[in-house]
Design a protein. Structure first.
Length: 245
């Protein structure tokens, strides 16, 4: 997870260096400054989430009793897997109420970090490092491209329905795998498609950050980007794991 932290710091620095430009054509000077401030705030929260994920995942990987407890207790692991889905509702409802929004965001991040730590602990360290490097490269490239494309007046709103439909198909396929397990080659293909879908979501949600999220939706904006990065990392991790085996 250290790659995620350095990535977020780099993106934040790049944003600040280019903050004198106009984010997209037709944006007034005042709105441009307000939007840059909002973007910095969101990436600051995202950086904090990534740091927390790094710490919690590292503890899960390096401190074997935590990993063994989660692996040996499937009910507890499922609890931490489904709790973030439940926490999405109070996070959305209380996203503008401090400090409840940060408390729910912290719980949400910790739960996902624990399950991520279990995945990393049961994967060869070389593969985890490769997945981190690839994820960092993809996220940096797509984020930079989206900012550049928005400045040139390009639109990515058309991706919304396509990505949503693809996500539903992925969720249904993942649910079916619980009853009809796929072969290793099929899992690799499924994970590759997942990586493509979440790469598209990074572009789509970054454009929403630039143009559509309101200034009060900083919590929700950081959550969407965090989930995009996390799911992309897990998809790449699965591809590399299947390829290695």
């Amino acid at each position: 997870m250290y790659g995620f932290t350095s990535l977020s710091n780099k993106v934040k620095g790049d944003i600040e260096e280019g903050s004198e430009g106009t984010l997209y054509p037709g944006l007034s000077y005042g709105e441009n400054q307000l939007r840059w401030g909002f973007i910095r705030k969101v990436y600051g929260i995202l950086t904090a989430q990534i740091v927390l994920t790094t710490i919690v995942s590292s503890v899960t990987v390096l401190y074997s009793p935590v990993n063994e407890l989660l692996r040996g207790n499937s009910g507890l692991l499922l609890f931490f897997m489904f709790l973030p889905i439940i926490l999405l509702w109070p996070m959305y409802v209380y996203q503008q109420k401090h400090p409840l929004n940060l408390i729910f965001l912290g719980l949400f991040t910790v739960c996902l970090s624990l399950t991520l730590g279990v995945s990393c602990a049961n994967t060869d360290g070389r593969i985890v490092l490769e997945a981190l490097i690839l994820t960092s490269a993809v996220v940096s490239s797509l984020t930079g491209y989206t900012f550049w494309a928005s400045k040139k007046g390009k639109e990515f709103s058309y991706l919304g329905p396509i990505l949503f439909t693809s996500l539903i198909v992925l969720l249904l396929t993942g649910f079916m795998q619980m009853f009809f397990p796929l072969g290793s080659a099929s899992v690799a293909v499924f994970s590759g498609i997942s990586a493509i879908v979440f790469s598209g979501y990074i572009v789509y949600d970054t454009e929403n950050l630039i143009k559509r999220f309101t200034y009060d939706e900083y919590i929700w904006a950081s959550v969407t980007l965090y989930l995009d990065i996390l799911n992309l990392f897990l998809a790449i991790l699965r591809v590399l794991r299947q390829s290695d085996s």
